[in-house]
Design a protein. Structure first.
Length: 309
């Protein structure tokens, strides 16, 4: 059976998976909720730790970005390099507060709230403008437009805001008003450098939440019953804070007064593009995300094969 699966790290066939994590809606997320580990066969006299270090070094040499999946399929450098994770409150997707700009006073944690993490391939709660009903709606959409050859693989997860109206892939969605907003509490960035990915969490200091611009599309896929609603995050040049990582991109954060224009309630497509700006002069904080300690891997046995990949 292992030969029938694709590896979520390198995109090639021939791997096994740990049980996926489940989000607050009971949907399997990607990647799994634990850190991915590289592994492979051991050389004579080599320990499991030495084998893992050797295989990881070989992987990094072959795929310097740390995102082999994107490199193989010629997509954008994915979650390993930028904007691949953000947090929100679980209860937000169940209340009408999604449909209006949020201020710090509006965001009040209750006993039913819990912080959740959205990653690439998660189902995001996307605010859209329903022209027929004349109101905003929240629609769950998968983060990542599907690869034409395999819809289970995310081929595109980001769209550059500077060319969103001219790029052949994204212009139809933008010009036809398939624009959305995802409310987040924090988002992650990582330096554009070789070596292990070091995530940094950016927290908006003056607001309880911010709205990030997304594009969305409906996909009718022969191997998937029904229609897949999928979205991509719009990005802009990094502001002075995030550029210190260093990295040159960040999410396109919308000003509250621009929400209606971006969604298409008012204005033109040209007006909507003008909403895409690099946010400067704000009291945001950026904190290095500490990696959780991992326990030493045990030697795999038939009754406990957890050391095997």
């Amino acid at each position: 059976m292992a030969k029938r699966f694709f590896c979520g790290v390198c995109g090639r066939k021939g791997c096994t998976f740990h049980k996926p994590a489940m989000d607050h809606e009971g949907i399997e997320t990607f990647p799994a909720g634990k850190e991915l580990r590289m592994s492979g066969g051991r050389h004579p006299g080599e320990s499991y730790e030495m084998a893992e270090a050797r295989v990881t070094a070989a992987y990094r040499t072959k795929y310097p970005s740390g995102d082999a999946l994107a490199e193989i399929h010629r997509g954008p450098s994915g979650p390993a390099s930028m904007c691949g994770k953000f947090t929100a409150m679980a209860s937000w997707s169940e209340v009408v507060a999604f449909s209006a700009p949020l201020t710090r006073d509006d965001v009040k944690e209750s006993d039913n709230d819990r912080v959740i993490t959205f990653r690439v391939m998660s189902n995001l709660p996307v605010i859209i403008w329903d022209k027929v009903a004349g109101q905003r709606r929240v629609v769950p959409m998968r983060w990542g437009w599907p690869d034409p050859k395999n819809w289970k693989i995310p081929k595109n997860i980001h769209a550059r805001g500077e060319t969103v109206d001219t790029t052949k892939l994204f212009a139809p969605a933008f010009l036809e008003g398939r624009r959305g907003i995802v409310i987040v509490r924090t988002f992650n960035e990582a330096p554009d450098v070789q070596g292990p990915t070091v995530q940094h969490t950016i927290t908006p200091g003056e607001l309880g939440a911010i709205g990030i611009a997304f594009l969305w599309q409906r996909f009718d896929l022969k191997d998937l019953p029904g229609t897949l609603n999928a979205c991509v995050m719009v990005t802009m040049p990094a502001n002075s804070l995030i550029a210190t990582l260093p990295t040159d991109r960040m999410p396109a954060v919308l000003a509250e007064e621009d929400w209606s224009t971006w969604l298409g309630e008012t204005g033109t497509a040209e007006d909507a593009k003008a909403c895409l700006k690099t946010v400067e002069g704000v009291r945001w904080t950026m904190t290095k995300e500490e990696r959780t300690a991992t326990t030493k891997r045990k030697k795999p046995t038939a009754s406990d094969p957890s050391g095997l990949l």
